[in-house]
Design a protein. Sequence first.
Lengths: 82, 333
Amino acid sequence: MTEITPTKTLDVCGKICPYPDMNTMTTLKKMKKGEILEVLLDYPLSVERIPRNLKKQGHKLLATEQIDGPNHRMLIEAHGLK
Amino acid sequence: MEAVITGLFVGIFFGFVLQRGRFCMNSAFRDVLLLKDNTLLKAVGIALLVELFGFAIMDMTGAIAINPKPFWWGANILGSFVFGVGMVLAGGCASGITYRVGEGMIGAITAVLGLSIGGYITAAGFLKGFKSSLQEATIIKTADGANLTLANVLGMNYSTLALIIFVVAVVAWIIVARKNKEDYDGAAGWSWLSTGVLIGLAGIFAFPLSAAAGRNYPLGITAGWIGVVKNILGKAEGLDWLSWMVLGIMVGSFVAAMIAKEFKFRMPSVGDLLKTFGGGLLMGFGAVTSGGCNIGHLLSGVPQLSLGSILAGISIILGSWATSYLIFVRPNK
């Protein structure tokens, strides 16, 4: 998964609900179809919740990687519908 | 000594469950509005049902005597609405910010600081007069001076009504769930069902243990923090049951976070720190004015069928929705 080059990186470390979720969703909304968003986050609840919401919005979760402890990296392919 | 041990015990259990279950009422209400996600709301519902059943049985057998909070509609509406506004800014309800301290979140520490200070100045400081007059001006009691509950308004016995509501709600829930064929997509935290049951059990354990220590009420948060402030200021000697319980929450969530390797000191921006502190101040003012936070009113008062707690719960949700809309929905339109 590290071979995928993200179009954009969103760092929401230190932020707690609902910012990681909301920032991810609003950033994805502005991206074109097929563009890749990399999200860096350290909030466990959002790591579990973002995938659920991605599914509803039609975006595709490519990978979730645990860096260490609560630090996670997510790669998401934007759906591209405004 | 007993208050120390049982308070800490209930707090540690509660904190552990809060952390593992990611139980936060702020998220529960907000997710429904923003993300159309009702996972946490279902956990809240299960916890309330478990408590409703437990309190009814304990009240019937004499293990506890329910002690519903007063109905002071003006204070319930204003205080709890402000509390709902504050918890969105603070990034968590009263229990949410308390357990997140144990996860190492600095933003939660400033929120708790705000909650404690806001609560203290409303309970014993310069806002005390305002709070007391609003409560006294809008209080309504039964003819024989009892606090209003669904049960005494309908002229029913508490346990009977509680068990009827419990059975009806469970049956209705099963029917709706079957229709929607909901399935839970697994997460690293616990499922909403086990979280809800365990939170409910924490409330059930808390009631008789707290009563034995001289405080006849189940869980609460804000008054526990105010107790800590009073001790720091030298206005009280020794922590009471609720304060030990609140301290136990942080121990429990710290242990849970360490086991799950989720503990980390997280430092947000200075702006975020100020915002969570301000949110905490509003929460403290709101909780003391209304006579309870989300735990005292929603989790502990609603299963006792207190009308004040039910009104407070609705106001908390409306305050949180109004603020979430202004902060998150409108700017993105």
